[in-house]
Design a protein around this ligand. Structure first.
Ligand code: NDP
Length: 492
């Protein structure tokens, strides 16, 4: 049984309590490792170490170029160890090795991009309206950042926070999900190998209430970068407000995937299936509301069901598997309860509808790919995030109705539009209230493209150039080059 310690101030340490908690392999439902169970005392030590590293010592002395090179080197080390890290993620979250390998192989790009950006953050000289002054701006790192991640894509979600935070010159305390801490603790060995000074990156593992809560309320933390549910995001936002911390909140979604009758149906069917069954639906951008134009509804459903029925379930470590287990037991129970809710609400069950009992699923937490038709947008199955392989199909008549249904929800993370009419694609991209609109594709992300939510799906953006400014604050410097000091009792 592997045991993982936390990482504080450049050392792997036990929790102050000396306790460990179990981590499960979702494919077997059995314990595969143990992780140090941190608490407020560990958080305080980690935050103070990060604060020391931020305010004095080697990190604070580095030039932006030197910082960028370290971040870049970290990317190289992740690329070197990607296979091992991906396998560890599968042990923890049960997602497919094909998906996790693809993700972890891509993670270095965030470190390369933001490492390269570190020394390109320039202030401005302001062409002031007042004579006798020289005014310029600088962008300075905000301080200690708390990076809190969800269980579905631990190292990818971490890269979205850590790469810009380090490039900006911040120091970081990471709190991974209690369900998937191992890969982050393995990853942090690479931070050490890359040569980051002690205290710059720390990892405190444990539960939300014992580690996450004290981290977000700690007075020395200046920013919280969070990925997780909207309920936790709201709680964090409230706590962070008390000490005026900045927040980036990447929260949940109930994304509309909209298919018009002029779409290439084969592509759209693939897009609909990928939108909901890839990653077993455990992705914030899942296209969990499929909006179909009435005229193609029946043909589209025939094709979609035919494809979905071929999905191979089973061992997530096999490259052949297409739908793996659900990551956590509570999540498994939650998905099944939503299936019951949909049935009670009167939606028509067209596929699946319960636990998967196929022999290749063993004792794992598997749910059959499930499709409900005849869903109306006011049903709970259309309004609430299930975070599992459950698709709600809703009919619409025309563009106006499609955008009305798409926006009639409190979330606004992803969205898809399938059409061969470029005018319609642009009109829909203007109308949809979501941080991302994919046209004739779905579930594409890049380190260069801003990602984040409208409405209850979050605050702020990750990836792309603007992400680094979420870890910087602007200082305006005024220099008197010859102005008279004048009347001391009025504004200059
Ligand atoms: P949770 O909100 O349950 O947990 C997220 C993280 O917050 C975990 O590390 C959790 O710790 C921690 N946490 C829990 N309570 C607190 C607290 N009071 N203060 C601080 N931290 C706390 O989300 P899940 O892990 O269940 O992830 C699934 C959710 O994440 C879905 O809603 C999904 O849509 C969203 N998500 C959003 C993405 C985006 O980019 N927009 C991407 C991926 C997922 P612990 O695990 O110990 O409870």
């Amino acid at each position: 049984m592997q045991k993982f310690k936390m990482y504080i101030d450049g050392e792997f340490v036990e929790a102050a309590s000396g306790k460990y908690f179990d981590s499960y392999y979702p494919f077997t439902g059995k314990v595969w490792s143990q992780v140090a169970e941190g608490g407020p005392e560990d958080v305080d030590r980690a935050v103070k170490a990060a604060h020391r590293a931020f305010t004095s010592g080697d990190w604070a002395e580095l030039t932006a170029s030197q910082r960028g090179m370290l971040v870049h080197r970290l990317g190289d080390l992740i690329a070197r160890d990607a296979k091992k890290l991906a396998e560890m993620e599968v042990q923890d979250n049960g997602k497919l090795i094909a998906e996790m390998q693809g993700q972890v192989n891509y993670v270095p790009q965030w470190y390369y991009y933001f490492g390269g950006l570190a020394d390109k953050i320039e202030g401005s000289v302001i062409p002031l309206d007042k004579k006798g002054y020289f005014n310029f701006t600088r962008h300075e790192p905000i301080g200690v950042v708390a990076a809190i991640t969800a269980w579905n894509s631990p190292l990818l979600l971490l890269a979205w926070k850590l790469a810009p935070a380090l490039a900006a010159g911040c120091t970081v305390v990471i709190k991974p999900s209690e369900f998937t801490s191992a890969s982050t603790l393995e990853f942090v060995k690479l931070v050490e190998e890359a040569g980051f000074p002690k205290g710059v990156v720390n990892v405190v593992t444990g539960f939300g209430k014992d580690v996450g809560a004290p981290l977000t309320s700690h007075p020395l933390v200046r920013k919280v970068a969070f990925t997780g549910s909207d309920a936790t995001g709201r709680a964090i936002n409230e706590v962070a407000a008390k000490t005026f911390k900045r927040v980036t909140l990447e929260l949940g979604g109930k994304s509309p995937n909209i298919v018009f009758d002029d779409a290439n149906l084969e592509d759209a069917v693939n897009g609909a299936v990928s939108g909901i069954f890839a990653a077993t639906g455990q992705t914030c951008i899942a296209g969990s509301r499929l909006l179909l134009q009435e005229s193609i509804h029946d043909e589209f459903m025939d094709r979609l069901l035919a494809l979905a029925k071929t999905a191979k379930m089973g061992n997530p470590m096999s490259m052949e598997t297409q739908v793996g287990p659900v990551t956590t037991r509570p999540q498994y129970d939650k998905i099944l309860s939503y299936i019951d809710i949909a049935k009670t609400e009167g939606a028509n069950l067209a596929l699946g509808g319960g636990p998967a009992t196929r022999p290749e699923c063993g004792d794992g937490w598997f749910v059959e790919p499930t499709v409900f038709t005849g869903v109306t947008n006011d049903m709970r199955i259309a309004q609430e995030e299930v975070f599992g392989p459950v698709l709600s199909v809703i009919k619409f008549k025309d563009e106006d109705e499609a955008s009305r249904i798409a926006n009639d929800i409190r979330f606004g993370l992803g969205s898809g539009v399938w059409t061969s009419d470029i005018g319609r694609a642009i009109r829909m991209s203007e109308k949809i209230q979501a941080g991302t609109v994919w046209v004739n594709t779905y579930r594409a992300v890049s380190y260069m493209s801003p990602f984040g939510g409208y409405k209850d799906s979050g605050i702020g953006r990750e990836s792309g150039i603007e992400a680094i400014y979420q870890y910087l604050q602007t200082k305006s410097v005024w220099i008197n080059t010859g102005a008279k000091t004048g009347n001391p009792f009025v504004l200059k």
